[in-house]
Design a protein around this ligand. Structure first.
Ligand SMILES: Nc1ncnc2c1ncn2[C@@H]1O[C@H](COP(=O)(O)OP(=O)(O)OP(=O)(O)O)[C@@H](O)[C@H]1O
Length: 749
């Protein structure tokens, strides 16, 4: 669709939003009312009609996917746009990273422009090491990653003691220093440092005006230049957090215009720090004009009316489409029976002419996809799981990324330690030997170490051919142990990554050495999509995804499974979490265009999940439902007020105060680990798998078993398929250190 066609399709509200040029404007939009549509039309309008250069726009999105979509649309109209032109288009993190790498004086803050990104897991690992080295008292180490995220704001605000009265704040300081030493930035550092530098530039500019002897035209006394964008355009503003708001404030120059779109009813990321009032704070902070987009273009009237029950003020969303089919509510004995039912139902839909790609299944927990995957595979239903896996979730790639990390940054001694002491891959050096070796590394003693050190030089001018040269350079065959059962799979994974490195370097016309460093930075930021769909691009497949991942998407048919109390909604630890569960369900329902089917289990077979229809099903207007061919039960809760009352009652009854729940989790972990530490007898259930060998059962329910295999990580199996054989025996800690280590890891990481 070209620009004119796109413009003609817009309704009056949408056109008003596109044309608005107030210094700050915030669009309060209903679900499916055309936020993305308006955003893209606005960028095109500014660029094509108002001649605003693409380089003068900062377009901040919540996900990389959204940024990618916008860029694609722009490139379709203007194929000559380069990556540099579009550097201001991306998530808050990627735009901040770009500013730091290209425009700002990051050196004055202790990093160099070649900094790498440290992912949250890696940062938590580093923090754990530092606290051990310093003998600091840190409580709840198994939640360290979360604590680093949650308590950082208090630390930044100058509080002197952590909420648990331990050494957490000493750790923050040391961690910051160590990250600088290793030249790494966390996601939150990217935003924070960028905000600080932008603010500092503003202060310098102000003093420049007062003092003629200082540099002019936005040039700092370090000789760096940073211009403020002419326009800042923000998507999904309801999910921004405080740090991002500070970044926006710093990025906005005196003459910058701000245009933000959002829907307070779709706030589903408050666990990451966004707060319910952010939408309105932004409006007040920038004295923004408020516009609205009221009409939903996506869903049938039936779906909208039902979803309306979950809106904050019980409003209805105005629709533009016909009434549509009733919402089907279906029960299943358990998840296995449900998967078989879905496979049949989807096949029928497909036979009736529906493309698989028009069908989606949403669930609350990622683990729910395993059963569906297995059954769909057996039944021949093509599917893809939208799952963003980071490299670190695959043991061999986690190890190999550390090899590359040290090869690109020799200040990262922890990476070297992890590479050389890995129990399965590489040299497998003992602690003592490792310590003395790293204290004074001698050339020729450890081949892998020498190779890592020599990597930059060896590949300083080559872009590579097919990845094999990297594989051979590190002699990876020896490191992956050709006799191991995992060898074939590991080799393929590593070789694929090597190939990606080569393609990445070639595309960017960089040497492999430079390309690899850049790749490590961007893979941390964007996550390497090891998606099944990548293996079959463009193939017609059913989409399986979590409710969170469904945000911003739309499908003709949507199944939301497991609408049981304890799953949807997940049992909340606080009233706010329950509210977020409600919004999440609303987001899921409103992805459907024509058909929506909700299902629950009568026998969920999972702890803390109640059998029978969840309370959300009881909130749906009866006249809109086709309740499994029969009558729906009496509507128990017809509105939000009643739902909230029920939630409060339940929380009071179960005493589910946040601190209590957390304390309970800690003590369960502590109790379970205590016998292992004391060397007492403990029961370890072992399992045998034909491919992965012997593993330890870490969790199970009636249908599935989760097993940890050394060298392979965790896998989940459907018991009904008989892939694993349960073994059981008692072990003593002394006799079986490996298993204890795995258990230990299970509880603490
Ligand atoms: N004026 C319009 N006329 C017809 N269809 C429209 C119009 N505006 C948007 N649409 C269609 O409505 C659907 C929803 O639009 P869009 O995805 O832009 O909404 P959104 O507000 O971003 O959705 P969400 O709230 O889920 O994030 C899309 O299929 C889009 O093509």
């Amino acid at each position: 669709m070209n620009y004119e066609e796109q413009w003609n399709r817009l309704n009056e509200y949408q056109k008003a939003a596109v044309l608005d040029e107030s210094p700050a404007c915030i669009v309060n939009a209903n679900v499916g009312s055309g936020k993305t549509t308006v955003l893209i039309a606005k960028i095109l309008y500014l660029h094509m009609k108002k001649q605003v250069s693409i380089r003068d726009m900062a377009v901040l999105t919540f996900t990389n996917k959204a940024a990618g979509e916008i860029k694609e649309r722009l490139l379709a109209i203007e194929p000559k746009l380069t990556e540099e032109d579009l550097a201001g288009f991306g998530t808050f993190h990627s735009v901040a990273m770009n500013y730091l790498r290209t425009r700002l004086d990051v050196e004055s803050m202790g990093w160099t422009k070649q900094f790498l990104i440290i992912e949250p897991d890696e940062e938590a690992e580093l923090a754990l090491r530092l606290s051990k080295e310093q003998n600091w008292k840190i409580k709840y180490k198994n939640r360290l990653k979360k604590r680093l995220e949650q308590e950082y704001t208090a630390f930044r605000q100058g509080k002197t003691k952590s909420r648990y009265q331990d050494d957490m704040f000493l750790l923050f300081e040391a961690l910051q220093e160590e990250k600088k030493r290793q030249n790494k930035m966390s996601f939150s550092d990217l935003i924070e440092v960028c905000t600080k530098l932008l603010n500092r530039e503003d202060e310098q500019k102000e003093s420049t005006c007062a003092d003629d002897s200082l540099p002019k035209n936005g040039e700092t006394d370090y000789g760096h230049r940073s211009e403020k964008p002419e326009w800042i355009i923000v998507d999904e503003v309801q999910d921004s957090d405080k740090q991002q708001m500070e970044f926006l404030t710093a990025l906005k120059g005196e003459h910058t215009r701000l245009f933000a779109v959002g829907d307070p009813n779709q706030l589903i990321y408050s666990w990451r720090g966004s707060v319910e009032t952010m939408f309105y704070s932004l409006k007040h902070q920038f004295d923004a004009k408020e516009l609205s987009l009221p009409v939903n273009y996506r869903s049938s009237r039936t779906i909208l009316e039902a979803a309306g029950r979950f809106l904050q003020y019980g409003n209805t969303v105005a629709g533009s489409r016909e009434e549509g089919m009733p919402i089907k509510v279906q029960n299943h004995y358990d998840a296995f029976q449900e998967a078989q039912y879905l496979a049949q139902k989807i096949k029928e839909l497909h036979l009736g002419g529906m493309e698989y790609g028009e069908i989606a299944i949403f669930y609350r927990l990622q683990s729910q996809s395993e059963i569906l995957e297995k059954v769909f595979e057996r039944e021949g239903v093509p599917y893809t799981v939208s799952l963003k896996k980071t490299l670190r979730e695959i043991p061999v790639l986690d190890w190999f990324v550390k090899v590359l990390t040290f090869a690109c940054n020799q200040k990262d001694r922890y990476a070297a330690e992890a590479v050389l002491s890995h129990p399965f891959y590489g040299e497998g050096m003992e602690k003592k030997r490792l310590k003395s070796f790293l204290a004074e590394p001698k050339e020729g003693e450890v081949d892998l170490y020498d190779r890592m050190k020599g990597f930059q030089e060896a590949f300083s001018s080559e872009t590579g051919k097919d990845g094999m040269e990297i594989y051979s350079y590190f002699s990876l065959d020896a490191s992956l142990h050709p006799n191991a059962a995992s060898y074939e799979e590991d080799r393929k994974l590593v070789l694929d990554l090597c190939k990606r490195l080569v393609i990445y370097s070639q595309e960017d016309q960089k040497s492999l050495a430079k390309g690899t460093a850049q790749f490590l930075r961007s893979s941390a930021l964007y996550g390497i999509q090891i998606l099944k769909e990548e293996e079959n691009p463009g193939k017609d497949q059913v989409r399986l995804m979590s409710l969170h991942a469904s945000k911003g998407l739309e499908f003709t048919v949507v199944f939301i499974i497991g609408v049981n109390d304890g799953l949807i909604p997940l049992t909340g630890r606080s009233f706010e979490q329950e509210e977020e569960e409600r919004r999440l369900f609303f987001v899921g329902m409103t992805r459907a265009r024509e058909q929506l089917e909700l299902s629950y289990y009568t026998n969920p077979g999972q702890p803390r999940v109640n059998g029978g229809p969840g309370r959300y099903l009881n909130m749906l207007p009866k006249h809109l439902l086709d309740w499994e061919g029969s009558q729906a039960p009496e509507e128990k809760m017809a509105n939000l007020k009643q739902l909230r009352k029920a939630v409060r009652r339940e929380q009071e009854k179960s005493g589910y105060a946040q601190s209590k729940a957390e304390a309970a989790t800690e003590s369960v972990a502590a109790e379970k680990i205590a016998p292992a530490i004391a060397g007492e007898e403990l029961t370890v259930r072992k399992v045998r798998h034909p491919k992965y060998g012997i593993g330890i059962l870490v969790d199970e329910n009636e249908m599935t078993a989760e097993v940890e295999f050394e060298g392979y990580g965790r896998k989940e199996f459907l018991k009904a398929f008989g892939e694993i054989e349960m073994l059981q025996r008692k072990i003593r800690e002394k006799k079986c250190r490996t298993q204890i280590f795995i258990l230990w890891r299970h509880f603490f990481y």
